[in-house]
Design a protein around this ligand. Structure first.
Ligand code: ZN
Length: 511
């Protein structure tokens, strides 16, 4: 049976504002001190009045524009009524019929040979407040349930896609890029363990039947997925389950008793499981919140934000592959490290004129040092100009790649030694970063400059050949590795000789 998955996501993103969305309480994850970040507004006490946090609205605009959404010139706030212990007001302030943005589009895939890019439409993005958190005793000894309202009133951006995703892998790819985009835009820390990025997946399947007809299975909403692997595995499982269920019962979308179902995901058991029935919008009795003024958005404000948006991760990977001729792998590694890292790579590539060499260094050497030292690229002691200058010497034939690696290590070691000395109280300036002068000094001290004096090379080569009759004989007899001994002698004689050039000359001589 031919099955076409129909998948849409609802993503919730906690925004990185200083304070909560409708009050001045600090907005930070603080589960160790429950109920310390609350006030009459976020506790929902009678008479307390909410005031919109402009920063939350600005961050939301930035995100919606980056997702290609249209911005509504007029938007208002609605009360979504339901009772739950973590929602003391008895309603959540959200946006119902007039969200601040709608109708965006992003592109997925198309980065490997033969992979056709897919369009994913964004239905809407709206702003709302997060609820608190219920804490249940899970020891099985029947302890108390508690409520922590620190999270109540955290600004939450909900991004709803159309059901355009055709596979679990695409759903994951979209979410991974969304996380990169949101962190690049500095709108969220997207810490999935702490719940600042989480998503629900709406999943069903269109089946081509043997009799030539089609059938669509009932829609299932899988709630609260908070890992990338969980999103992919839950959708995979759900697709297979729905097909098996259809074969067993023949139930289709729209049949009586086949309403939209809500399921949870258990990573331990690797399966989705039934939860409560899904409420319809009418159950929430939405109505406009009389305490909050509607928001009008000026076109100039939108244009100003649009102007300063950064390039989305997918577009940047495609550009790196085209403009810089990077492999799909290198482009992916570089962009996945975030905007600043990718900017660093581009600056190095420009400064040295060899993007491939720049990609090798940043994906291997720079990344290794950052991980080992626990640094971000902004704290890395070698600026893009300095690394670019070092690699330019390689590109222009001044030093070998091996020497560049040696100098790279030496510059970092010297910087670390200075930093450690400063920590021990010595009077040194750690602010001074390694520069051009240090590179020149190391090249001179170690004799790393490639000697292009062909006369000196020829003379040393002639002497080495005369001095190694045995190696010459072996080489002529077909032992390639015998050349090593002769090249070694030349290298010893002419400090800074380029081994590649010496080998070329040797092959010519013995040919
Ligand atoms: Zn508050």
């Amino acid at each position: 049976m031919n099955a076409t998955p129909i998948i849409g996501l609802e993503v919730h993103v906690q925004l990185l504002t200083r304070t909560k969305i409708f009050c001045g309480c600090p907005n930070r994850f603080n589960p160790d001190q429950p109920n310390t970040q609350t006030c009459p507004v976020c506790l929902g006490l009678p008479g307390a009045l909410p005031v919109l946090n402009e920063e939350a609205f600005r961050l939301s605009l930035r995100t919606a524009l980056a997702l290609g959404c249209r911005i509504a010139p007029f938007t208002k706030w609605d009360r979504k009524q339901y009772y739950y212990p973590d929602l003391p007001k008895g309603y959540q302030i959200s946006q119902y019929d007039l969200p601040f943005s709608h109708d965006g589009v992003v592109e997925i895939g198309g980065e490997t040979e033969g992979d056709v890019p897919r369009r994913l439409r964004i239905r809407r993005a709206h702003l709302e407040e997060d609820a608190g958190k219920n804490l249940h005793d899970e020891s099985g000894r029947g302890g108390d349930s508690r409520v922590d309202l620190n999270r109540a009133g955290t600004p939450l951006l909900e991004i709803v896609t159309e059901p355009d995703l055709g596979s679990a892998a695409d759903a994951r790819a979209f979410l991974e890029d969304l996380r990169l985009l949101l962190t690049d835009l500095e709108v969220s820390d997207c810490n999935m363990q702490e719940g600042s990025l989480r998503c629900d997946a709406n999943v069903n399947v269109r089946l081509a039947l043997d009799d030539g007809g089609t059938a669509t299975t009932p829609i299932v909403e899988i709630k609260n997925l908070n890992t990338f692997s969980g999103v992919e595995a839950a959708i995979e499982h759900e697709l297979a389950r729905q097909i098996a269920e259809f074969q067993r019962t023949g139930r289709r979308f729209g049949d009586p008793g086949a309403e939209k179902e809500t399921r949870g995901w258990s990573a331990e058991r690797n399966e989705t499981f039934a939860q409560r029935g899904k409420e319809e919008a009418s159950d929430y009795r939405y109505f406009p919140d009389p305490d909050l003024a509607p928001v009008t958005v000026a076109a100039e404000e939108v244009a100003r934000i649009q102007e300063r948006l950064c390039e989305p991760p997918g577009a940047r990977r495609r550009r790196f592959a085209g403009e810089h001729q990077l492999s799909e792998y290198d482009a992916r590694v570089i962009v996945s490290q975030g905007r600043q890292f990718a900017d660093y790579f581009e600056a190095v590539a420009r400064a040295c004129g060899d993007a491939k060499q720049a990609a090798n260094f940043v994906t291997q050497d720079v990344l290794r040092e950052l991980n080992a030292r626990g640094l971000g690229i902004r704290e890395f002691p070698l600026t893009s100009d300095v690394l670019g200058g070092l690699l330019a010497r390689v590109a222009q034939g001044g030093i070998t790649v091996k020497s560049a690696r040696e100098i790279f290590g030496e510059l970092l070691a010297a910087w670390s030694a200075r930093a450690e000395a400063a920590e021990d109280g010595a009077d040194v300036d750690v602010g001074e970063l390694p520069g051009e002068a240090a590179i020149e000094r190391i090249i001179a001290e170690r004799g790393l400059a490639i000697v292009n004096d062909e006369g000196a090379l020829e003379a040393a080569l002639a002497a080495a050949i005369a001095d190694s009759p045995r190696a010459v004989e072996d080489f002529r007899a077909g032992k390639q590795q015998a050349a090593g001994a002769i090249i070694g002698k030349v290298m010893k004689q002419v400090k800074g000789a380029d081994p590649k050039r010496v080998r070329e000359l040797l092959l010519k001589k013995l040919a």
